[in-house]
Design a protein around this ligand. Sequence first.
Ligand code: GLY
Length: 400
Amino acid sequence: MPSLLRLLRPALLFAAAVLTAGLRAAEPALKDIIDSALATSARQYEWMLAHLPADPAKPLPRTFEHGTLVTIPSADWTSGFFPGSLWYLYEATGEAKWRASAEKFTAYLEPEQHNTGTHDVGFMLYCSYGNGLRLTGNAAYKSVLLNGAKSLSTRFNPTVGAIKSWDHGVGKFTYPVIIDNMMNLELMFWAAREGKVGHYRDLSIKHADTTIANHFRADHSTFHVIDYDPQTGQVIKKVTHQGTSDDSAWARGQAWGLYGYTVMYRETKEPRYLAQAQQIAAFVMNHPRLPADKVPYWDFDDVRIPLAPRDSSAAAIIASALLELRGYVAASTAAGYTSFAEAQLRSLTSPAYLAEPGTNGGFLLKHATGNHPKNSEIDVPINYGDYYFLEALLRARNAG
Ligand code: GLY
């Protein structure tokens, strides 16, 4: 180092420290941001509830697209998220009115406990009835969840070693398993414990191991769909359904994987699941095409980046997952996960993503992407974005 620089080094370091501290002081505290975002979310969902059409066939809001509120029946894969968000608002506020709304919208999903036609029964029931049980202890919710887990267990094929995701796509797929399916295992672990159905735990572990073996690439990104031969268990093909290409990294798929293996580690304490979650986290956090605000483009490999649409739902899922994962790792790694999730929450709670009450069809987050290849739900709000956003806010708030 030239001698002048060496002389000035302490003064430069001091100036840098003062500048950094000044910048930090200028930022509002995360706690204040969270409190304000939860209050805004409550106002927005009050507006949603006041404007939701009473349609018993399609009672649940899913998205707001082309200026129209899209509502869905209980059989839609996203049906559990709106009731789940209402439960989170009850948890956030303790106000009885949120419990009453959450109970009302949760009840619409009761028929899904017998739904054996999709893996999504885990999403549907654990976000709605699962949160309801956690927050109220309502014994009737327990039996719905146990029935739901039984329905889901019928979709496990021991030759493949995985739960089948979809029955649709006949002709295109034989036995499709999608990375999203990792999210349905949380219900199975709960049921294994509560219902004393130990083999639900075993089949979930098998599913997670089969997914590690076949879904992941050398860079730890995940394929979306693996199609299996149910007679032999062999992989037929590795493709995408919602990404830009078979070899691309669809953002929400990475998020589902990260969240799913974090839950696997919570439930089993097996180091291989922690390693898997950390590898996915590293792929996402260090990706050269991750925008500065840490809200991913809908697919990390869209050739239109930086003009490609974002997926705020993926950001919310990643933030929530990292806020759990940080509890399982060494302090220095945890600090990195915390600061990444905090940066995401600062972005998502800013006016760029968090809607003003009375706008955005009554949903919380703007700029999510549902199914880009089908030209469906691009740059719109989606109920699962809101659900994981509220979950992440609560995880950050409850951790202090
Ligand atoms: N599970 C479907 C999706 O993430 O769009």
